[in-house]
Structures are given as C-alpha cells and as structure tokens.
Write a protein that binds this ligand. Structure first.
Ligand code: APR
Ligand code: MG
Length: 220
C-alpha cells in the first residue's frame, strides 16, 4: 500500500483520529461542446468557501454513523440530495498531510470515494446544489464540472489543474481520471505540463497586479 495509505478497516480502528469523507461523482455524456467537441464524461467538483477546489463531503463521526452514512449526510447539506454512497464506492483512506491537520493533536484520516451516476442524476444534483442545498453560498460557493479536454492553445484541463485545490484533491482527481480511463495518460501528462507553464505566468500576472495596487495606493 502507498505511503500514508491504510485500509478502511485499519482507519476505523483509530478511535482518536478525526475522519473526513469526500466523493467524486461522475457520469458519461453524449453532449458536445460547441456542437462538435465530445465532452464524454461529466466530473463534479466544488468551489469551497475558502476559494479552493475540492470534492463534496466533510467530517464524519464513526462513533455515531458509518463512514458512508456520514458522507451521505454531508452530501445532503452540500448538494441538496442525499446521494447514497456505499462501501463498494470506497477508493482509498489515507492520513492527511496538510499543515493544519498535522497541528491538531488528533490525526485526520481522509476517505475518498468515487460514484458513477446517470447523466440525468448528475443534472439533478447540479440543480439541487444551487437551489435547495443548505450550504449553498456558504460552505459551498458552487458546483463545477471539470473540463477533460485540452485545446491546442492549452485551455481546458490544463487551466483547471492550475487552480488551487484543498489538500490532495488535485492528486485524487488526476488519479481517478487515470484509473477510470476518463482521460488518457498521454493527455493528462500534456495537461499537467501545460499547467506548470501556466503557473509561471500566474506568478508574473500577480506581480503586475501587486505593482498596480502599489501605484494606486500612492495616488490616494
Ligand atoms: N484532500 C485533503 N483534505 C481535504 C480534502 C481533500 N480532497 N477535502 C477536504 N479536506 C480536508 C479539509 O481541509 C478539512 O480539514 O478535510 C477536512 C474536512 O473537509 P470539509 O469538506 O472542509 O469539511 P466539512 O464538514 O464539509 O466542513 C466543516 O470544516 O473545513 C472546516 O471550518 C471548515 O466549516 C468548515 C468545516
Ligand atoms: Mg465539505
């Protein structure tokens, strides 16, 4: 097992640990972008309250509910629909390595799930998430679909990957796209490399923006 990873059962033996469960919901689709580019799959992520991209889900207390019941409860709050998630959808459990989690005395274990749905169900989730979900506009700023294509110009998946993600959500996304064959290894590599170049451009853009605010401050 990869470092930091543990089985679902091993993870549950740690009674002192905190647990958080998140899920990647996805479906196949025949839709075409601009009427000609096949989208092939819909993969859902969310813009979180902290401005980071992540998967729906949250903290679960295994002394009061199973991991999957807790995840479904979190999905009701964040998506407005209690999407049922089962043990069969479990992909991995691992210790969080984020600095905030390490500073707490109780270790945080992250459980990740992937669930395939019908396109119609995904559309219902998107609709409910922006209308009846109690967390909408608060802990969840909106659901987003992941663009799985990369244009010659570099737009698409590469741009999406250059955003900021919570914890290891970016690795969870890339790992899932590869494992489920939603994007080929060659296309993922190309997107990541293009994304790395974009990061350099972002650093430069932010420097220009900073200089602009300095100039405006002097004028006040
Ligand atoms: N990879 C690693 N860590 C993650 C990931 C991920 N993909 N997704 C979330 N986390 C971490 C978060 O940093 C957080 O510490 O898991 C923990 C719980 O996930 P949330 O979805 O943020 O929890 P939720 O129950 O929905 O929100 C409750 O927790 O983040 C705090 O104060 C915040 O109000 C929020 C509260
Ligand atoms: Mg959450």
């Amino acid at each position: 097992m990869a470092s930091g990873q543990l089985s679902r059962d091993e993870a549950l033996e740690c009674s002192q640990c905190r647990h958080a469960c998140h899920v990647m919901l996805y479906s196949n689709t025949a839709s075409k972008l601009f009427g000609k580019i096949p989208i092939r799959h819909i993969v859902l992520m969310q813009m979180r309250f902290d401005g980071l991209l992540g998967f729906p889900g949250g903290f679960v207390d295994p002394s009061e509910e199973t991991l999957e019941e807790g995840l479904t409860r979190e999905l009701l709050e964040e998506l407005g629909i209690a999407v049922p998630v089962s043990i069969e959808d479990h992909v991995e459990s691992r210790f969080s390595t984020s600095p905030s989690a390490s500073s707490s005395s109780n270790k945080l274990i992250l459980h990740f799930y992937v669930k395939k749905m019908e396109e119609e169900q995904i559309r219902e989730v998107e609709k409910a998430a922006s209308s009846i979900a109690s967390d909408h506009g608060l802990e969840v700023l909106g659901m987003v679909r992941v663009p799985l294509y990369t244009f010659e110009s570099g737009g698409g998946l590469s741009c999406f990957l250059s955003h900021s993600f919570i914890g290891n959500a970016r690795s969870q996304l890339i790992d899932s796209l590869l494992r489920l064959h939603l994007v080929s290894p060659k296309d993922i590599r190309r997107a990541i490399q293009s994304s790395q170049r974009m990061q350099e451009q972002t650093v430069q853009d932010l420097q220009v923006a900073l200089e602009l605010t300095e100039e405006q401050r002097k004028c006040l």
